[in-house]
Design a binder for this molecule. Sequence first.
Ligand code: MIG
Length: 632
Amino acid sequence: MITKYRLGTPINTEAVVGELTPQPLDTFPLKLDIGGKTVIEFELQESDAVYGLGEASRGINKRGWIYESWCSDETNHTEDKKSLYGAHNFIVIGGREKFGFFVDFPGKIEWDIGYTLSGKVKITAEGADLDLYYINGESERDIVKQFRKLIGKSYIPPFWAFGYQQSCWGYAKQEDFFAVRDNYRKNNLPLDCIYMDIDYMDSFKDFTVNKKLFPDFRAFVDEMKAHNIRLIPIIDAGVKNQKGYPVYDEGHEKGYFCIDKDGGEFECGVWPGIVGLPDFLNKDVREWFGSQYKTLTDMGIDGFWNDMNEPALFYSKTGLEKANKKLDEIRSKEIDIWAFFRMKDTVLGVQNSMDDYSAFYHNIDGRKVCHKDVHNIYGAFMTKAASDFFEKEFGKEQKLIFSRASYIGAHRGSGIWFGDNFSWWSHILLNLKMLPSVNMCGFLYCGADLGGFNSNCTEDLLLRWLALGVFTPLMRNHRALGTRAQEAYQFEHIDWFSDVLAVRYRLIPYLYDTFRRCSEEYEMMFRPLAFDYPGDDMAREVEDQLMLGEECMIAPVYEQNKNRRYVYLPEDMTLVKLSGENTEKEFLKKGLHYVDVKLNEVALFIKKGKQIPLAPPALSTAELKKDELTYI
Ligand code: MIG
């Protein structure tokens, strides 16, 4: 059962689809303090676990750390981070007493989950206008399902979006894209999409294509499609402030950009230089921005990724002026070591600063609202602009769209990717841990940058990461400008990559059906073992294996120089090792096993009495023989 409580007059975040009548606040089951902030507190039993918060650092069980809901352009996903790109304000308490809790509030929220006191949860929302939802249920799964019904069905992308995808910040000219295509095809490596990062644009202007690099873009898109490869361009939130650039001119004329306290356009710097930030919280602006995607869909483009929409702010005009003044002051005196650090902090503090997030405003139904009070829905509403347009123009399931920043509710129209991770072994595990957490919050189409975004990837890291990515709906290899090339054909044993990528295509019919069912039935595609084996103390603590659908369990190898790992089987299962066209099976009893998995193998564990379909390997989803299935 879900009970809703309303405090003040909340802004409509569009997170929820069902209408519930708010109940009197004096019946709220947890300790509640309302002042300028809203504080909710409750005790945890020793054996309780806390799940949720979607895209966040650390474990599947969130207990023992302090988190913040604040969409952040955070490129270092280290354990000390309190927030990443998404704000997903839903938790489930699993233990003797089970309940779920959703804070529908677009401003900042702090979640002290047994950090200050191990037995206590303290949630502090920076405002007093919000909706609270308390969910009772018989199990964690049941609570999640009720919540998912409340927030509505998850986005389903086109079928081809389940193919393998290659991305790289730095592919610029047509020849770069042809080289990727040819190297994949030549080496018998499957591929469905190649991503276009900011380099394809003219001076980083949204909805433009650099004519020098792409003399006939339409023909280029068609030529790639003829090889069963789709191009997926990036769109950034900020619109370059430049007279004569039609998107800016129109937005400026109509007053569609966020304003400063005096009513002038808020000027901040991102990739294009000074930009206008479209006021996505305004419906007219959303319709206008959404319709801009038509420039590219008209040229045959079928998918997009929305970036920089937390929004990321490299600097603001005023922030930079202030910092420069401070630096001048420091410079004018004799510099001691503390002045040196003040100087360094001044420079670093210019980017994504709280001062800037407090210095611009939105127009929500005629009300002037400060950005910091609605920060967490900005990116979600940018992506809503695109997904609403796609649905209206092309119908459901026709276009691929996913976002970096997100808020619950955006899951109905789009997917997410997990942003700038590193080529670190620990980030394979972080990728795995985020999957059930974001699924709980409705985001099913998701994935991390396979191989790692920042720093240099190695062959073994990429192979192991792909062996997890084989199962994630979005399976995309992406890296940052200037890092070591990490396309599958760049390494020593290309045939090993061919073996692993073949497994993805063999599994697509199973993964696609599972995905669809999870969307339609409000289920999680990936679950902690604790959700499925509540009475099993060992299963409750497993943080490096996941249940997949109703049939399987996955347990990837995520350490270097290891050809085996411990796997806990909560019941008897069949270990299946897939590699290229090969399938090896071994029956294993419930309990702990030391299982060996080679670099070119993908392991999966099938439950008793269950079967999964396998297709023959294919080089693209278009060539996949969906009716030639065999069953394990
Ligand atoms: O400031 O477009 O997360 O995937 O390659 C970096 C360049 C901007 C951040 C995205 C990343 C993308 C990069 N972008």
